[in-house]
Design a protein around this ligand. Structure first.
Ligand code: ATP
Ligand code: MG
Length: 395
C-alpha cells in the first residue's frame, strides 16, 4: 500500500508528463505535468483515444501502429523512444521526446509514455540556427567589404608606385641637374675670380680705392657662391649614396690646430678662436675630409652668429671609448621653437636677420657625423650662446 502511494506521489509530481494507455490506445492515466503540456484536464482525456493528443499524420495511423505491433511484435517507438510532435487542446503543435514502454499489469498490456517537452530546446536551437545564419550573412558581408578594401588598396598601391616611379625619375633629374649645374658653374666662376685678380693688377697704377673695393667684393661673392655650390654637391653626393668615409689614423691635436689657424683668418674683428685638447691620447681614426668639413661648418656658424670681441671655444677630448669635438660661442643663440628643425636642409632660425646663409651647413654636418657612426648634440638659448658637440666612437 505504501509502495503504491509512493508511486502515485512520484507520478503526480514528476516534471515530465506521464500517460498510460491500454492495448487499444485508450488513455487510462495522465499526470498533472502531461495535462499542463497538452492543456487538458484529466477528465477531458481519460477514456479517449490517445490520438487526440497527436497532430496528423500520426493521429490517423496510430491505431494501425498499435494493431501491427500487437500482431507482429515489430516496435517503432516502444522501448526505443524518439522525438515526436504533440497537439495541444488549443491546436498548437509542440515537439517532445517520447519514451514508451510496455507494462504487463494484472494479466493485460498497458503502455506508458514519458513525455519530455522540447519546446524550449527547439526554440533555442532555432535561435541558434538564426544566429548562425545571421553570422554567415555577416561574415559574407564583411568578406565582401574586405574584398572591396583589398581591391581599393591594390589600386592605391598601383597608383602610388606609378607616382613613386615618377617621383624617382624627377629626383634623379633634379640631382643630375644640381650636379651638372654645380660643376658647370664652377668653371665660369673661376674665370670671374681670375679676371677680377687681373683687373686688380692692371688697376694698380690707377691707385683707386674704389676699384680695389669692388674687385674685392667680386672675389668675396664668388667665394660665397662656390661654397654654396660645394654644399649642393656634397648633399647630392650624400643623397645618392656616393659619399663614403675613408678612415685613417692622424693626430687630432695637430689637425685641430691647423683648422684653428685657418678659421682664425675668417673670424671677425677681435674674435678669438681658442683651441684646447683634453686627454693624453692624440691619435684618432677618422675621415679627415669629412671631419674637417664638420668642424669648419660649426666654427663658421660660431663666427657668423656671434659678435665682435668674443671668444669661440673649440675643444677636443679623447677618452676611453670616444672622442668629442665641441664648439662654443657667446652669440645670438637659437630660438627654442626653431631647434627641432635645425638639421633640416635649407632651414634657418628666425633670429638670423641679415646674416647670410643657405641653411645647408648643419644638415651636411649631421649627415657626415652619421656616416662616421657619430652623434651630434647642441645646447642653445637665445642671446646666451650655443654649444655644439659631435661624438664618435674610437674605432
Ligand atoms: P650655411 O649653409 O651657409 O651654413 P646657415 O649657417 O644658415 O647656412 P646652418 O649652418 O645649417 O645654415 O645652420 C642652420 C641655422 O641654425 C642657421 O641659419 C642659424 O639660424 C642656426 N645656427 C646654427 N649655428 C648657430 C650658432 N652657432 N648660433 C646661432 N644660431 C646658429
Ligand atoms: Mg652654417
Amino acid at each position: 500500500m505504501e509502495n503504491a502511494n509512493l508511486l502515485i506521489a512520484i507520478i503526480q509530481n514528476a516534471i515530465d508528463g506521464i500517460i498510460t494507455i491500454d492495448d487499444r490506445g485508450k488513455i487510462e492515466l495522465i499526470n498533472p505535468s502531461a495535462c499542463k503540456l497538452f492543456g487538458y484536464t484529466p477528465e477531458e482525456v481519460i477514456g479517449k483515444n490517445i490520438s487526440i493528443l497527436m497532430p496528423p499524420p500520426d493521429k490517423e495511423v496510430h491505431d494501425e501502429y498499435l494493431e501491427r505491433y500487437k500482431r507482429t511484435g515489430q516496435a517503432h517507438i516502444i522501448g526505443i523512444g524518439r522525438e515526436v510532435k504533440g497537439l495541444r487542446k488549443d491546436g498548437v503543435i509542440f515537439p517532445f521526446r517520447l519514451g514508451l514502454s510496455e507494462v504487463q499489469y494484472s494479466g493485460r498490456k498497458i503502455y506508458t509514455g514519458f513525455i519530455h517537452d522540447l519546446s524550449k530546446e527547439k526554440e533555442a536551437e532555432e535561435r541558434l540556427k538564426d544566429y548562425a545564419l545571421h553570422l554567415e550573412e555577416l561574415v559574407e558581408e564583411r568578406t565582401l567589404s574586405l574584398k572591396e578594401t583589398v581591391r581599393a588598396l591594390r589600386n592605391a598601391k598601383e597608383e602610388i608606385s606609378v607616382t613613386l616611379e615618377k617621383e624617382k625619375e624627377l629626383g634623379l633629374l633634379k640631382s643630375r641637374f644640381v650636379s651638372i649645374a654645380s660643376h658647370e658653374f664652377r668653371t665660369p666662376l673661376t674665370s670671374v675670380v681670375l679676371s677680377a685678380s687681373l683687373i686688380e693688377k692692371y688697376a694698380e697704377s690707377f691707385n683707386s680705392s674704389n676699384i680695389s673695393k669692388h674687385v674685392n667684393k667680386i672675389k668675396v661673392a664668388v667665394l660665397n657662391l662656390t661654397s654654396i655650390l660645394n654644399d649642393f654637391l656634397s648633399l647630392e653626393k650624400i643623397e645618392s649614396g656616393k659619399e663614403e668615409a675613408n678612415y685613417s689614423n692622424f693626430d687630432l691635436v695637430k689637425f685641430s690646430e691647423e683648422i684653428t689657424q685657418e678659421m682664425q683668418l675668417l673670424a671677425k674683428q677681435d674674435q678669438n678662436i681658442v683651441y684646447h685638447h683634453t686627454g693624453a691620447e692624440k691619435i684618432i681614426n677618422s675621415d679627415q675630409n669629412l671631419l674637417k668639413n664638420c668642424i669648419n661648418n660649426l666654427i663658421t656658424n660660431a663666427i657668423k652668429y656671434s659678435g665682435e670681441n668674443t671668444l669661440i671655444a673649440f675643444n677636443t677630448e679623447i677618452n676611453k671609448d670616444h672622442f668629442h669635438i665641441t664648439v662654443k660661442d657667446n652669440g645670438i643663440g637659437i630660438p627654442e621653437t626653431d631647434q627641432k628643425h635645425l638639421f633640416e636642409a635649407f632651414f634657418r632660425a628666425h633670429n638670423t636677420g641679415t646674416i647670410p646663409g643657405t641653411g645647408l651647413g648643419l644638415n651636411i654636418v649631421a649627415r657626415y657625423t652619421e656616416l662616421m657612426n657619430g652623434t651630434i648634440n647642441f645646447k642653445s638659448s637665445i642671446n646666451q650662446g650655443t654649444l655644439f658637440t659631435i661624438t664618435f666612437p674610437k674605432s
